[in-house]
Design a protein around this ligand. Structure first.
Ligand SMILES: O=C(O)CCC(=O)C(=O)O
Ligand SMILES: [Fe+2]
Length: 261
């Protein structure tokens, strides 16, 4: 397994092997539901990644684009303005793990044992594992002008992402923290409705290329506003599973990637 060196992760600003740094990160994630580690990837590594994957935008897959906030089917027994029936648009595209070069710094980071230990310590989990399929582990999201990611809750309990390229305008990550307790079965229809109506306060997380973001999106409703200008927003998403050897189901692969291998 590869191990990171100073050309990939800025270990001076982010001493991920130290207990003290891990504790600070964990406290901040617990307090805010989000943690932004500024300048985590070195400039050199960002340039290499953007150079590699920026060229593959025409290979990006664009999944069907409307969904409710819960990413569940709508319910025709309920009125059209019920949160289960209110549709938002997601128009970003993505490339899958098998389209990312084998020597990409994204892989160096993803596969690094110290990075995984750091994530486990900060997220408070025993172990994390890559997906067993060829598509899900590392993805790069593309949002060219006008493209966005609509309001939603994540299915997974945590997300690990890294901004690679910022657009000239828009592309803002907005969230409404602690909207519900998903494990207690809360749907928070009232508050979800007011976020969709623009009546509930939301926060914006501002991040720059190279920043690593840890986010708990199961209970925090969030979205990315439409990109403005000619520079696409590029974001890497690192996906992990709590058990080894798990693949996304065939139907999930078809939904997210339009193919199964
Ligand atoms: O693009 C982002 O910053 C967030 C992505 C996200 O929320 C998701 O993929 O579920
Ligand atoms: Fe999300």
């Amino acid at each position: 397994m590869k191990s990171f060196d100073s050309s990939t992760i800025d270990g001076f600003q982010h001493p991920i092997n130290t207990l003290e740094y891990r504790r600070r990160c964990r406290e901040e994630l617990e307090a805010k539901g989000a943690l932004v580690l500024r300048g985590f990837l070195t400039r050199e590594a960002i340039d290499q990644v953007v150079g590699d994957v920026g060229l593959r935008e025409d290979e990006a897959y664009y999944a069907t684009s409307t969904h409710n906030v819960y990413l569940t089917p709508s319910d025709s027994d309920l009125p059209p303005n019920h949160p289960l029936n209110r549709q938002v648009t997601s128009s970003k595209g993505l490339i899958a793990d098998d389209q990312i070069p084998s020597d990409s710094p994204l892989r160096t980071v993803y596969e690094d044992p110290s990075f995984r230990d750091f994530l486990c310590a900060v997220l408070g989990v025993d172990n994390i594992h890559p997906y067993a399929d060829d598509l899900a582990s590392i993805n790069v999201h593309f949002a060219s002008t006008g493209r966005e990611l609509g309001w939603h809750f994540d299915n997974s309990s945590f997300a690990v992402t890294m901004l690679l390229q910022a657009p000239e305008g828009g592309g803002v990550f907005e969230f409404a923290p602690n909207l519900r307790n998903a494990d207690a079965g809360e749907m928070a229809f009232g508050m979800v409705g007011s976020v969709l109506d623009g009546d509930h306060p939301v926060e914006a997380l501002v991040f720059s290329p190279g920043d690593l973001i840890l986010f708990r999106g199961r209970n925090a409703m969030h979205r990315v506003t439409p990109t403005e200008g000619s520079v696409p927003r590029l974001l890497a998403a690192f996906a992990f599973n709590d058990r080894p050897g798990v693949s996304l189901s065939e139907s999930a692969l078809r939904t997210f990637y339009g193919r199964t291998s």
